[in-house]
Design a binder for this molecule. Structure first.
Ligand code: PNW
Length: 482
């Protein structure tokens, strides 16, 4: 069912980039090849029982390390103009810092050159959660300020190597999510004395400093690069018009998008409600650090999958903000997918694998307006990941070679129409990346949750387009300004 929008004058602007995204550990495989050293995810998947519900690993994944040429050719054949991938830090620097693995750099050279050969814009993310294991076990990874120097050094090597060929960069993918991995499972990783509930905020603190330092390295090398951090969260719908729920919404923005977006876009410091909490244990950013962090994103890159209804806890917000043992402390807001909602295809009911995700595309215009108004990104907004897991696919080990995925198709259709509406209302949206290039290693869900616009037979490593792949690209074939 091709997308047919309500107003035929709605268009994606000429230079719009439209593509797909993937990430190193989720798709590459070749875990022990060509000098790659382990990342924390090799331990999480191999050694920690049931950390991945299916006890699967990324050892082979989609074999993308060897089949990247075919993968890029398929993107080009589909008619997409962008491929976004992440670089494996522990391939390039097996020891986290120190000796460089030239084979890994040569590999990514070829990935990038293949994109260029096929007329596909390459976009690269420096860090998509696969921290070199050695850095976790030497000093606690992102919990230590030592990570800043190592990340900056890694960024410098990568920017120097590729800056003439790759113009779109993302430093760090979704710090809210990977900082939430902390505390890592006890007994498998070096532990620190930082209390568990605070660990993710230490991680976030260092992630901001590392991101900012990397940004400046890239820009001083080549000021025309577009470099940004990938944000995530969701649109926050106030459940009732009570003042408590209004406050809950404000707190939710501050503890999600605001955590990283306010520092990067609005002066280098944390938003109010988060700041009140983290400064009970973290030193505030110095003026120098704020100056370093402020303005370190050229676009607002948001992995905007979903929306949530936000409401105050039953016991009231003030009780919660004062009580460290309150289950909702420190964020102190509640959220649900299902309130007064008869028409969304709701995440938890539709798909137990991604309960955090609603097909809530009707809120996308409001979400885009909110991003533009609050963070006012000079280079516009990009939806750097969006997609949905199709529930019936999760139940099947092998899919037929012709895969129709009506829920995902509808999601992309409705979402892209919502973007067209927002653009027609003056929001500057510059690109979209579908998550994902194909079904892949979905972190703690293993291969059981499928986000791809392509299906991969993991035995033969044969790839098959799903119907949604054609629906997605067709929207641009029809509605891209000529
Ligand atoms: C993103 N949430 O993760 C990641 O960047 C991808 O690696 C991942 O495969 C994809 O989404 C699908 O899950 C998220 O709880 C995980 O809001 C969880 C959330 C958001 C994004």
């Amino acid at each position: 069912v091709p997308l047919q929008v309500k107003n035929e004058s709605w268009k994606f602007p000429k230079n719009f980039w439209y593509g797909v995204a993937g990430a190193a550990y989720q798709i590459e495989g070749a875990a022990k090849a060509e000098g790659r050293a382990p990342s924390i995810w090799d331990v999480l998947s191999h050694r920690v029982p049931n950390y991945v519900v299916t006890n699967e690993t990324g050892d082979v994944a989609n074999n993308n390390y060897y089949q990247y040429k075919e993968d890029i050719a398929r993107i080009a054949a589909l008619g997409l103009n962008t491929y976004s991938f992440s670089l494996s830090w522990s391939r390039i620097l097996p020891f986290g810092s120190g000796p460089i693995n030239e084979q890994a750099l040569a590999h990514y050279d070829d990935v990038i050159d293949t994109c260029i050969e096929y007329g596909v814009i390459p976009q690269a993310t420096l860090y998509h959660w696969d921290l070199p294991l050695v850095l976790q076990n030497t000093y606690g990874g992102w919990l230590s300020p030592d990570i800043v120097e190592d990340f900056t050094n890694y960024a410098r090597i990568v920017f120097e190597r590729y800056h003439t060929k790759v113009h779109h960069w993302f430093t760090i993918n979704e710090p809210i999510v990977f900082c939430g991995f902390y505390p890592l499972p006890k007994n498998y990783f070096k532990q620190t004395i930082i209390p568990d509930v605070r660990q993710k905020f230490y991680c976030g603190h260092h992630a901001l400093l590392a991101h900012a330092a990397a940004y400046h390295v890239g820009k001083s090398l080549n000021s025309s690069l577009s470099i940004s951090l990938k944000h995530n969260g969701g649109y926050k719908i106030q459940r009732t018009n009570s003042s408590e729920d209004a406050l809950a919404v404000d707190r939710a923005w501050d503890f999600q998008e605001g955590w990283f977006s306010d520092p990067v876009f609005l002066g280098g410091d944390y938003p109010r409600y988060l700041k009140e909490y983290v400064e009970t244990f973290l030193d505030p950013f110095t003026d120098e650090q704020k100056a370093q962090i402020n303005g370190t994103a050229d676009i607002y890159a948001h992995d905007a999958y979903t929306s949530d209804f936000i409401f105050a806890p039953d016991s009231g917000i003030s009780a919660c903000t004062k009580n460290e043992s309150h289950p909702l402390f420190p964020s102190c807001y509640n959220s649900t997918k299902t309130y007064a909602n008869g028409y969304w295809l709701v995440g938890p009911a539709a798909d137990p694998g991604s309960p955090w995700l609603n097909k809530a595309t009707d809120w996308v215009p409001a979400f885009l307006h909110y991003m533009q108004k609050r963070w006012n990104p000079q280079g516009g907004i990009a939806i750097t990941e969006f997609g949905i897991a199709e529930p019936y696919e999760a139940l099947r080990k092998d899919l037929p070679s012709i895969v129709t995925d009506p829920l995902r198709s509808a999601y992309y259709r409705d979402y892209l129409e919502a973007i067209l509406i927002a653009i027609s209302e003056g929001v500057n949206v510059v690109g979209t990346l579908a998550w994902s290039i194909y079904d892949n290693f979905e972190w703690s869900q293993g291969y059981s949750v499928k986000f791809g616009i392509q299906y991969v037979n993991l035995t033969t490593q044969e790839r098959f387009f799903k119907a949604s792949a054609f629906e997605y690209v067709n929207a641009f074939n029809v509605y891209l300004e000529k």
